[in-house]
Design a protein around this ligand. Structure first.
Ligand SMILES: Cc1ncc(COP(=O)(O)O)c(C=O)c1O
Length: 394
C-alpha cells in the first residue's frame, strides 16, 4: 500500500494498526503499543469496548440511516440523556467537533442579529483550538492553523485565556454577543484556568446578555473527571459543544443549548444529512451510559495518581518544569521543543502526543488500570529521561 493517493494533509507516523483492545493497539506485525492518546481523546472507553461494538453491530443490522426528514427515536433518547446529565435543554447532532462549533457560532450570529446587533461578535481565546473549517479556524487562537487561509471569517475578538479582566474590558462593545472558550485548552498545551474562571465567565454573560459557549469537544465525555468539565465548576453554559469521546470512535458531535440559546435555532436554520443518524445515536447512547454509569467517577483519582507518579519519577529532571493535570488530561511541560519524543516513545511501544511544541500531552483511555498506569509512567519517564540526558551531552 502507498500514501500516494492521499492528499498529504497529515505528517503520519510510520505505523498502521490492525486491531485494538482497551488501552492497547496492535500493528501489522503483531507488535503491541499502549495508546496514551486515545485516538486524540476519542476512545475514552478504550478500543473496541464490547458494549459499544455490540450496539454498533446490532444497530447496523437493523437500521443505519433515515435522514432528519423523519423522527429518530435513538436521537431523541441520546438528546434526553445528554440533557439530563448536563442540565442543558436540547441538542443538535453533527458528525464532528468542528461542525458542532459551527452550529454554536451560527447560534451566536442568529442570537445577535435577532437582537439587532450590527455585527455580532464572539470573544475567543488566545491558544484555543476549535477546528479546521473556515469559521472554526477563524475562531482558533493559533496562527499556524490560519496561515494561508485569509480572508478569515470575521466577527471574532481574541483575548488572553484565563484573564477575566481582559473579557470584562469588552463590556462596552455593543457588538459582543458571546464568549467561546474551552474549559481546559487541549491542543493549546493542557492549559488549566484558575478555579472560578468559568463562573466568572457565566457572571459576565449574565450581566451583558452574552451567550456562554463552552467547547467541550476534548474536555467532555468524562475526560476531566466530570461528564462535562463545566459540571465540576457548577456552571451551566448557554451552548455546550462536544464530539470526540461522544462516539468512542463513531463520528458524532453535538451542540447542546440552554437558557438564552434555547429556541434560537428553528426549522430551516441549520441541518446535516448524516447528523444524529440511528447508527451514530444508538452507538453514542451506549457510550454515554457506560461512561456515566461505570467510568467517570473514577477518573479524577486516576488522574491525580498519574500526576503524582510523574512528579515523583521526573522530579529530578530539570528539563521538566511542570506536570499539569485535570482528570485524565495530562500535560508534561518541558523547557524546550520535544516533538521527537513522539518517535522515541512509539519505538518503546507507547503512543503519545506533543502539543504546543514543548508539552507532552497524555489522554489515555479512562478505563486504564493501575498496572497500565504504572507501565505508562515507567515507559514515558525512561523516554523523557534519555531525551534529557542526550540533550545535556549535546
Ligand atoms: C477543543 C476542540 N474543539 C474542536 C475540535 C475539532 O474537532 P474535530 O476534529 O472533530 O472537527 C477539537 C479537535 O481536536 C478540539 O480539541
Amino acid at each position: 500500500m502507498s500514501q500516494q493517493y492521499l492528499i498529504p494533509t497529515y505528517a503520519r507516523q510510520p505505523v498502521a494498526f490492525v486491531r485494538g483492545e482497551g488501552v492497547w493497539l496492535f500493528d501489522e506485525n503483531g507488535d503491541k503499543y499502549m495508546d496514551a492518546i486515545s485516538g486524540i481523546a476519542v476512545c475514552n472507553l478504550g478500543h473496541c469496548h464490547p458494549a459499544v461494538s455490540r450496539t454498533l453491530a446490532e444497530q447496523a443490522g437493523q437500521l443505519m440511516h433515515t435522514s432528519n426528514l423523519y423522527r429518530i427515536p435513538a436521537q431523541e433518547a441520546l438528546a434526553q440523556r445528554l440533557c439530563e446529565i448536563s442540565g442543558m435543554q436540547s441538542a443538535f447532532f453533527s458528525n464532528s467537533g468542528a461542525e458542532a462549533n459551527e452550529a454554536a457560532i451560527k447560534i451566536a450570529r442568529l442570537f445577535g442579529n435577532r437582537k439587532g446587533v450590527a455585527k455580532p461578535t464572539v470573544l475567543v481565546m488566545e491558544g484555543s483550538f476549535h477546528g479546521r473549517t473556515m469559521a472554526t479556524l477563524s475562531a482558533t487562537g493559533n496562527s499556524k492553523v490560519q496561515e494561508g487561509f485569509t480572508p478569515l471569517v470575521e466577527g471574532f475578538i481574541r483575548v488572553p485565556f484565563n484573564d477575566v479582566d481582559a473579557i470584562a474590558a469588552h463590556a462596552g462593545n455593543p457588538d459582543v454577543v458571546a464568549i467561546l472558550a474551552e474549559p481546559v485548552q487541549g491542543e493549546g498545551g493542557i492549559n488549566i484556568p484558575d478555579p472560578g474562571y468559568l463562573q466568572a465567565l457565566r457572571q459576565l454573560c449574565d450581566q451583558h446578555d452574552w451567550l456562554l459557549m463552552l467547547d467541550e469537544i476534548q474536555t467532555g465525555n468524562g475526560r476531566t473527571g466530570h461528564y462535562f468539565a463545566c459540571m465540576g465548576e457548577s456552571v451551566v453554559p448557554d451552548v455546550l459543544t462536544t464530539a470526540k469521546g461522544l462516539g468512542n470512535g463513531f463520528p458524532i458531535g453535538a451542540c447542546l443549548v440552554a437558557g438564552k440559546a434555547q429556541g434560537v435555532f428553528g426549522p430551516g436554520t441549520h441541518g446535516s444529512t448524516y447528523g444524529g443518524n440511528p447508527l451514530g445515536c444508538a452507538t453514542s447512547l451506549t457510550v454515554v451510559n457506560t461512561l456515566a454509569n461505570e467510568v467517570v467517577a473514577g477518573v479524577s483519582a486516576k488522574g491525580e495518581q498519574l500526576k503524582a507518579a510523574f512528579q515523583q519519577a521526573l522530579g529530578d529532571v530539570a528539563m521538566v518544569t511542570e506536570v499539569r493535570q485535570k482528570g485524565l488530561m495530562i500535560g508534561i511541560q518541558l523547557d524546550r521543543p520535544c516533538g521527537e519524543l513522539v518517535n522515541s516513545a512509539r519505538e518503546a511501544g507507547l503512543l503519545i502526543n506533543v502539543t504546543a511544541g514543548s508539552v507532552v500531552r497524555l489522554l489515555p483511555p479512562l478505563v486504564i488500570s493501575d498496572a497500565e498506569m504504572q507501565t505508562l509512567v515507567d515507559q514515558l519517564s525512561a523516554v523523557i529521561r534519555s531525551f534529557a540526558n542526550a540533550q545535556e551531552v549535546a
